[in-house]
Design a protein around this ligand. Structure first.
Ligand SMILES: CC(=O)SCCNC(=O)CCNC(=O)[C@H](O)C(C)(C)COP(=O)(O)OP(=O)(O)OC[C@H]1O[C@@H](n2cnc3c(N)ncnc32)[C@H](O)[C@@H]1OP(=O)(O)O
Ligand SMILES: N[C@@H](CO)C(=O)O
Length: 174
């Protein structure tokens, strides 16, 4: 992928949403810079500015080492925190108040972070925590707290999250 396509890979997903387009452009630029040591040195002021403006000022923590596939839609973009070890697939949606990250384990170490598939739509204020896997084509309801693996092709809601529409019992997550 050429640099222009790389920097604008999320534009279509954020059509009509200038803030989403701008933040994703700035994010892809730090990701691109992060690939090359020379660019990291030359563009150090930009890396600092990204941290100050996007992370501190706008409250959107998308660290430059994060792995996110193409076509990420960012709706509203407030109080959004994603751990740098999270891996997300293509065509996902992140909304305001979403947190995706790790947890402290009983031995005092930190867990891994979620691995999220393609076409995952995450509702406002959802928290997805721990070394878990979310499948493809999943919708995570607003306010859900997801701490276990989620299979592909389902909707999960609630705290703790359960599969919507499944009969009581069979809808619990493993
Ligand atoms: C400013 C803004 O607009 S920001 C955007 C905010 N919007 C979002 O974040 C969208 C997230 N979407 C949701 O949470 C949706 O409710 C979905 C996708 C999870 C489900 O939508 P639908 O399929 O239409 O579900 P529906 O409204 O029919 O509800 C089905 C059942 O799930 C429950 N339910 C739906 N959403 C949730 C939720 N987020 N948490 C807990 N339970 C829920 C309903 O109470 C209902 O339960 P019942 O069958 O016992 O009565
Ligand atoms: N409010 C819409 C997008 O503007 C959503 O979050 O889905």
């Amino acid at each position: 992928m050429g640099i222009i396509s790389y920097l604008f890979q999320d534009r279509a997903a954020n059509r009509g949403n200038f803030k989403g387009q701008l933040v994703m452009f700035l994010f892809r630029l730090v990701q691109y810079i992060n690939r090359y040591t020379v660019l990291k040195i030359v563009c150090f002021p930009y890396l600092m500015w990204y941290r100050f403006f996007v992370e501190w000022r706008l409250g959107i923590e998308l660290p430059r080492k994060l792995t996110i596939g193409k076509g990420l839609a960012l709706y509203h973009g407030q109080a959004l925190v994603v751990n740098l070890r999270v891996v997300m697939g293509d065509n996902c949606v992140l909304r305001n108040g979403v947190t995706i990250g790790h947890k402290k384990l009983a031995d005092g170490t930190m867990s891994g972070s979620p691995k999220i598939g393609n076409n995952v739509d995450i509702g406002a204020n959802a928290s997805i925590i721990g070394d878990i896997t979310i499948g493809d084509n999943v919708t995570i309801g607003a306010g859900a707290v997801v701490v276990k693996d989620v299979p592909s092709n389902c909707v999960v809601v609630g705290n703790p999250a359960r599969i919507l529409g499944a009969a009581v019992g069979s809808g619990s997550l493993q």
